[in-house]
Ligand binder design. Sequence first.
Ligand code: IMP
Ligand code: MG
Length: 173
Amino acid sequence: MEAPPRELLSAQVISERIRALGQQISADYAGKSLVLLCVLKGSFVFAADLARAIDLPLRVEFLGVRSYGDDTRSSGVVQITLDLTRPISGDHVLLVEDIVDTGLTLTYLREQLLARTPASVKVCTLLHKPARSLKPVEIDYLGFKVEDVFVVGYGLDHAERYRNLPYVGVLGQ
Ligand code: IMP
Ligand code: MG
């Protein structure tokens, strides 16, 4: 039997951090028309928990993006696989990401979204691997910084596996 990924962030630690992020976001966006933009597939679990930690009326949109093959290295190529269902012009958009690694995906997405004239675009990511940054990125809400290891679980995959792990773990250790 294959060993399960080694736990890096427990379900409880993640949930406590999300509660705090939700409170901060609720205070910052009070009275504004907020669109939570869940970047698929990796952030579907995080976005579901984050949405329920925000005590404001909001809309949820999904954007499908592929930046990896079945490899653990960034290809640098970002492909939109699913687009928004409604315009975001005039809305305050909060991009919800699973992880910012090289920053290539986020840089590309921010440019794409700004062209649609939203009132603002901010970024909330569960994880950030600063060691691998290729593009300087502005992160407005951050769950956790992680070392330069390949993480899975809580929505993050390796070759489409492990997305349903309730915690964030490290593969092959
Ligand atoms: P970036 O463009 O290199 O910043 O990569 C962003 C995307 O790559 C994330 O949204 C993830 O889907 C994927 N990714 C980067 N690092 C990891 C990792 O350690 N585990 C799983 N997916 C990752
Ligand atoms: Mg991904």
